[in-house]
Ligand binder design. Sequence first.
Ligand code: ADP
Length: 168
Amino acid sequence: IESGKFTLQPESVLLNELVKDSMVLNRAFADRFGVELQLRDEAPDTTVNADRKRLLQVMTNLISNAAKFSPKGGRVDVGIAQSDGMVTVTVEDRGPGIPAEFRSRIFSRFAQADSAYTRQKGGTGLGLAICKRLIELMDGSVGFRDRPGGGTVFFFELPLLQQPATAS
Ligand code: ADP
């Protein structure tokens, strides 16, 4: 990605289906942490112009982080919402949250919150940096915010694909 040689294979993707697929694919991983994945809000018929495989990669990273940092027996809520020509996918956990001093670096390469807790959870600190670049290549953006009541909401936003008018 950094060398600019990486190209996407964009196609019209039904986001609702892709998000559900990503939850099925990551269920076994979440089970290992005793974490339940739940789809809370849906946006049926929402289509985006995206690289299916790479978007699944982004979802896998967000869901696996959310599961990894959840308390045992916790729940991760996934949601899809659409407004103003954009669609937002949220992945919400009830974990420890993102430490203040780490927030500005979280999407940088090899960034991990420097604590025994994170080291114990493993990982490379590359996942979110890759997610950010992939989503930006799809003309979208990524971010996170604190979850009221504790935990973190990671999200990405993508432009909706204009549906061609059906010929009558
Ligand atoms: P990795 O998970 O491989 O370390 P990421 O780039 O996906 O790499 O995440 C970087 C760091 O951001 C993690 O090591 C962790 O410190 C923090 N982080 C990511 N997601 C969460 C989350 N849902 N809750 C708390 N901390 C998180």
